[in-house]
Design a protein around this ligand. Sequence first.
Ligand SMILES: CC(=O)SCCNC(=O)CCNC(=O)[C@H](O)C(C)(C)COP(=O)(O)OP(=O)(O)OC[C@H]1O[C@@H](n2cnc3c(N)ncnc32)[C@H](O)[C@@H]1OP(=O)(O)O
Ligand SMILES: CC(C)C(=O)C(=O)O
Ligand SMILES: [Mg+2]
Length: 511
Amino acid sequence: MKDNLIVFDTTLRDGEQSPGASMTREEKVRIAKALERMRVDVIEAGFPVASQGDFEAVQAVARSVRESTVCGLARALGADIDRAGEALAEAKSARIHTFIATSPIHMKRKLRMEPDQVLEHAVKAVKRAREYTDDVEFSPEDAGRSEIEFLCRILEAVIAAGARTVNIPDTVGYNLPDQFAQLIRTLRERVPNSDKAVFSVHCHNDLGMAVANSLAAVMSGARQVECTINGLGERAGNAALEEVVMAVRTRQDFFPCDTNIDISQIVPTSRLVSGITGFPVQPNKAIVGANAFAHASGIHQDGVLKERQTYEIMNAEDVGWHASRMILGKHSGRNAFRARLRELGIELETEEELNTTFQRFKELADKKHEIYDEDLQALVTDANLAAENERFKLSWLKVVSETGETAIASVTLNVDSIERQASAPGGGPVDAAYKAIDSILQSNTELLLYSVNSITSGTDAQGEVTVRLKKNGRIVNGQGADTDIVMASAKAYVNALNKILYPVERAYPQV
Ligand SMILES: CC(=O)SCCNC(=O)CCNC(=O)[C@H](O)C(C)(C)COP(=O)(O)OP(=O)(O)OC[C@H]1O[C@@H](n2cnc3c(N)ncnc32)[C@H](O)[C@@H]1OP(=O)(O)O
Ligand SMILES: CC(C)C(=O)C(=O)O
Ligand SMILES: [Mg+2]
């Protein structure tokens, strides 16, 4: 019987620490539900003391997730832990994750504490967290650069104080696989009560080794891996969930453990996170990149045609790539539509939501011959975005653009239920559309990023546009999808403006 490897997803916390990736409460809940469907064991939903928005987001995730443990992060401070405890009060299964740095540089320069004070904070924090839940995790931040004697001392003390999981973070991605494996082995051997806690790892990707370090640690006895969808996370990101899970699954001949993950949910969840955060997945990204299972060269194509396993070590369909060959189009009905969404892991909660999305599907099917899974994902994201109490809605857009002439856009926006119209010239159709929208809203925002991705192939493919806006130090993303990329661009801009001009329930501001 193999050991269980606990998958702890921190897309909603460390992932959200990527500049520009902040998520609304609703977006966090949507991602959390996808993680739950994927059978992630623990979902770190946020850092409740960070802001009212993040508190409410963790609370909303705690209320809606039933099958996974929901976790909140807290510094080793009473107020942080109380806030996390309150946010998690309604979770079916709650974990508090408390941390404090243990490396000489962090203790001396950042915390300005002596090691004994750090140890005292850690023990107190764990005991306080135990007042809210039995499931307490402790992390010695920057463990990868900490002194082994002090690490052993603090881990022994927090385990004795009630920490059930001790997580060893390589906070700045400094370690190498052999070195990190040795660290985990030494800690497990030298901490006298190490058998009373699960050892976990949390690796960053600054040197591109987050996944390699995590897997090396698993071989040394770590039984929880902290990771994020698409490797999102602070700076160069965290270990990518899909890579860790598929390495362990594919190399069962090597690893002494396996996860509970439903791997068919990997690609849909990757797309969902990419759509919400606006961080596109690079085509050559392992498992979830568009080229991960594509073969372009003749010898490879010949090999795959004769025997797929000549060049494929995993099956694309197993991880959610085009799991069904059922083609949806304008002649499809509600049942096929709903069934396909279910296969993709998308549950529309009410009949009304189903009807609205189905209506949008039919409109799209009139413009496009075949609707692919990627189109459905975009459609649902787009429908959800529109449903999110937006104060401005794009009612109508016309753009006239011809070679050698200035483009002119005319737009009608519904602003607080009043239709407002404007026209503006621009350097191109998108520029003109944005200027027309801005002449109504006077948003005073800075456009940091504009990107268009084709959702599927073919000239009738939908374009998925992401824009990133900045105003007064806050950064938000907006998305829009349409077969007309100028329309998709306008939708993305309006979506971002709704978020940045009315930021009531954003998680927390980013500078
Ligand atoms: C490695 C990681 O990923 S850690 C998680 C990082 N994530 C975040 O920081 C996102 C959320 N953070 C925030 O919203 C804010 O930083 C807050 C709300 C947590 C704190 O805000 P502020 O009170 O304004 O403090 P600020 O961020 O400027 O400084 C952090 C303070 O916490 C202290 N601190 C840092 N880590 C810890 C810890 N684990 N335990 C106790 N104190 C800590 C620092 O020494 C500093 O204290 P000081 O103000 O006495 O110098
Ligand atoms: C809070 C901790 C676990 C963290 O994110 C890190 O050290 O990278
Ligand atoms: Mg981290």
